[in-house]
Design a protein around this ligand. Sequence first.
Ligand SMILES: NC(=O)c1ccc[n+]([C@@H]2O[C@H](COP(=O)([O-])OP(=O)(O)OC[C@H]3O[C@@H](n4cnc5c(N)ncnc54)[C@H](OP(=O)(O)O)[C@@H]3O)[C@@H](O)[C@H]2O)c1
Length: 358
Amino acid sequence: MKKDLKIALFGCGTVGSGVHELLRTEGARMARATGFNLSVAGICVRDPEKERGVPVPHDIITTNGGPLLDDPDIDIVVELIGGEEEARGIIARALVNGKNVVTANKLVIARHLPYLRRLEELHGGRLFYGASVCGSIPILKVIDETLIVDRITHLRGVVNGSTNFILSRLAEGCSDAEALELASANGFLEADPTADISGADAAHKLSILAFHAFGRHVPPEAIDTTGIERVTALQVEQARASGKTIKLVAEAAETNGELRLSVAPRLVDLNDPLASVRDEMNIVELQCEGVGTQRFSGKGAGSIPTANAVLSDLTDILARRRYQRSHADRICIPQGTFPDCGRSPAHDRSNTSRTIGV
Ligand SMILES: NC(=O)c1ccc[n+]([C@@H]2O[C@H](COP(=O)([O-])OP(=O)(O)OC[C@H]3O[C@@H](n4cnc5c(N)ncnc54)[C@H](OP(=O)(O)O)[C@@H]3O)[C@@H](O)[C@H]2O)c1
């Protein structure tokens, strides 16, 4: 592999600008650690005139991403535009062109993971999406490594920072309106907060976690999901009076081969480790047959924690790692998930048995 690698950055918003800045400030350190120099050769955005808040060379900004995706000099595509169709198209085209791809897009990964993993196998690039689940917590790598020698039977966590921030304020006695206002003022609510409040964002992350932990793709729409819309300040107060609190809990368990996934507000004892995770923090708890219970917590969102996860994925590409493949044969593929393929990859087993450890 050549030593100077070029990145095309799609999106330079909250996460993209953080990635550009971290590469600028920490690039030399990464080069010393990995032996590779990474440079951003192109940045695709919607509005080329927008102020980015970090130093970004104007001459590499474009609104036309196609040439970057087809440019043989671009080695790595980092997709951070959000949304579904355009982002899926960028990731798929980059993979078909044999490029390595890093994305933080949980919606695209949760809905299209089997298809994208198949493109990865067919065309030789590598796809990493650690930043799409729980920001700075390297939970997908932990799960992959755990599965080399152990088995996960149960997984649960608080994986949405926005709703955890709101529930934390309610637990402190804020009214519903005050909690929402504080979440918005602190940048923890999207312009359209529906995906967070409805539990859909947590379901996307749970789908990805379950794919790694249990080797099955359960589309987020198939996950039993309840959001926090109906949780009131009064309910949180009543929970506190009985020594409990309310958390939006994402949970997956495999019993006798049956996999159950759910996202819902749950009453949690105050001495439960999930109760101690406050504000925008996330936690994931794994119950393993061999090593028992393990917990991982950290910042689940924000510019620098998420950008940090993207750079960690870039480092994995430089180290020629991949996610585990040992469970590929167990992928459960829903109809209509493969719009770009002539036939369902479920029927093309020619290249699925490879197991490449992280
Ligand atoms: N924010 C977080 O804390 C966080 C955490 C984990 C994962 N993520 C994921 O990271 C991704 C990016 O999130 P973000 O918060 O950085 O979003 P954002 O602040 O809204 O930034 C989106 C960027 O993408 C650009 N863009 C949007 N549509 C485009 C298109 N069709 N073509 C070219 N550029 C386009 C925008 O360009 P302009 O600037 O010109 O408008 C902007 O620079 C999302 O998938 C999100 O779910 C975010």
